[in-house]
Design a protein around this ligand. Structure first.
Ligand SMILES: [Zn+2]
Length: 266
């Protein structure tokens, strides 16, 4: 039997990197690359956090976090950029209208890890088997695999048995269900859906929260602010990119205010 790779931490502590234009550029290149969603999550978390669970953040470390732990960190990563906004974008499942919902992402409801986490022992028709809670590496492999039954592929990846891939094909439908349920019961999780009422059609709808879709800064504002600061102060682009994002925004706001008062510096 192999040892589990999923880290035993459910909701790891995190220390964000300094938010600068340079970091925003890195984020934008990750978000615009042809990557699967799990690969994007790994890239974004690696980019935004210096430390996760008290250890220097690396893609390898972030891949070993359980799926729920990664989603929780992703909400926190998004929250760093949403701090000024305090809302997130949702769309109505009835009428399709987009609307803003106030939300403190850090407070999305969570369910804790269960006993034995990150592994569960499950009685199957092949005997007692041990599985680890799915992690980022499993997600990445699954998103890249073509064909086959994804739930059985996942059991092949999560199974700690030496013959996990072979056994994943031999499990009965009931086995598959029970293993899924057993893993779900101990996996830490964070809510990614919120029940709400649509302001347009008044329907009760559930809004899916995907921080990747709305949390991270758009390239246009970085370019606009850099242009304004370079024009007004004559600073090099590289210098502006190392400014803390919040200070860059403050300078750009001051420049815009000067312009409005007709005291443009150029
Ligand atoms: Zn609606």
């Amino acid at each position: 039997m192999r040892s589990p790779e999923t880290l035993a931490v459910a909701f790891p502590s995190s220390v964000p990197a300094r938010l600068t234009g340079r970091l925003e550029l890195q984020l934008q290149s990750i978000l615009s690359a042809r990557l699967t969603r799990p690969e994007r999550v790994t890239g974004v978390l690696d980019c935004v956090f210096d430390y996760v669970g008290g250890t220097a953040a690396t893609p390898e470390l972030i891949r070993r976090l359980a799926t729920g732990a990664r989603e929780w960190l992703l909400q926190r990563a998004g929250g760093l950029f949403l701090r000024d906004r305090g809302w997130f974008e949702a769309s109505c499942q009835e009428c399709g209208q987009s609307f803003d919902l106030p939300l403190s992402l850090a407070d999305a409801p969570r369910s804790p890890a269960g006993r034995g986490y990150p592994t569960a022992q499950i009685e199957t028709s092949l005997g007692l088997r041990t599985f680890e809670v799915p992690n980022g590496l499993h997600e990445e492999k699954l998103a890249r695999s073509e064909g086959g039954d994804p739930s059985r592929q996942l059991l092949g990846l999560c199974g700690l048995s030496d013959h996990a891939f072979q056994e994943a094909l031999q499990f009965s439908a009931v086995d598959v269900e029970q293993i899924d349920a057993g893993l779900d019961a101990i996996a830490p999780d964070v809510a990614s859906e919120l029940n709400t009422q649509c302001p347009s059609c008044q329907a009760n709808t559930s809004a899916v929260i995907d921080p990747l879709e709305f949390s991270f800064p758009e390239p246009a504002s970085l370019i606009r602010e850099t242009h304004a600061i370079a024009s007004a102060y004559g600073w090099e682009e590289a210098t502006i990119m190392t400014l803390p994002s919040q200070r860059r925004r403050q300078y750009a706001n001051l420049i815009a205010a000067d312009m409005r008062r007709g005291r443009g510096m150029r």
